[in-house]
Write a new protein. Structure first.
Ligand SMILES: Nc1nc2c(c(=O)[nH]1)N[C@H]1C(S)=C(S)[C@@H](COP(=O)(O)O)O[C@H]1N2
Ligand SMILES: [Mo]
Length: 150
């Protein structure tokens, strides 16, 4: 795949405790390339080949409580989504799109993408991942912060 990520800031991983993943740690993890489509609520869509570290590989760096139900994925400015953990585990923390690093294409260098991750949940500029155990009956959307848009 492409060169190892150059992160403007480390990724914070919050599970049982808190871990910080820097560029060298991320570069030591396996990478995958997958084609995912980004579909906006407006109907705009495009497919791209994304390359990055599988979320499952990232979470192996931490002790994830077995009762975890969701993953919160947050951007630098607090744009935050809440995704069922089984779905999140199929995703990537992407560093490249169509063979070019995000850092060269965009104003950010990380992005959350996956097969069942709709456009609005494909968070740009990911700086924080947190596992969550939502009690039954709690609306996962109440954990989200989709404003302000970047
Ligand atoms: N950090 C951040 N990520 C974000 C957004 C945002 O405002 N901030 N918008 C989301 C929405 S609503 C969509 S449709 C896609 C748009 O992705 P694109 O610019 O690659 O088309 O990014 C998503 N990820
Ligand atoms: Mo969107």
């Amino acid at each position: 795949m492409t060169a190892p990520p150059s992160l403007t800031q480390p990724i914070e991983l919050v599970t049982d405790g808190s871990t910080t993943l820097g560029a060298s740690t991320l570069a030591s993890l396996p990478t995958r390339e997958r084609t995912f489509e980004i579909v906006c609520a407006s109907g705009d869509r495009y497919a791209a080949v994304w390359a990055g570290v599988p979320i499952v590989a990232l979470l192996e760096h931490a002790s994830v409580p077995p009762e975890t139900t969701h993953l919160l994925v947050e951007s630098d400015v607090g744009y935050r989504v809440c995704v069922p953990i089984t779905r999140a585990l199929e995703g990537l923390l992407a560093f490249a799109r169509d063979g070019e690093t995000l850092a060269t294409l965009e104003r950010f260098d990380t992005r959350f993408v996956g097969p069942e991750i709709g456009g609005p949940k494909a968070v740009k500029d990911v700086v924080r991942l947190e596992t969550a155990t939502l009690p039954p009956g709690v609306d996962p959307d109440s954990y989200e912060e989709l404003w302000p848009e970047e």
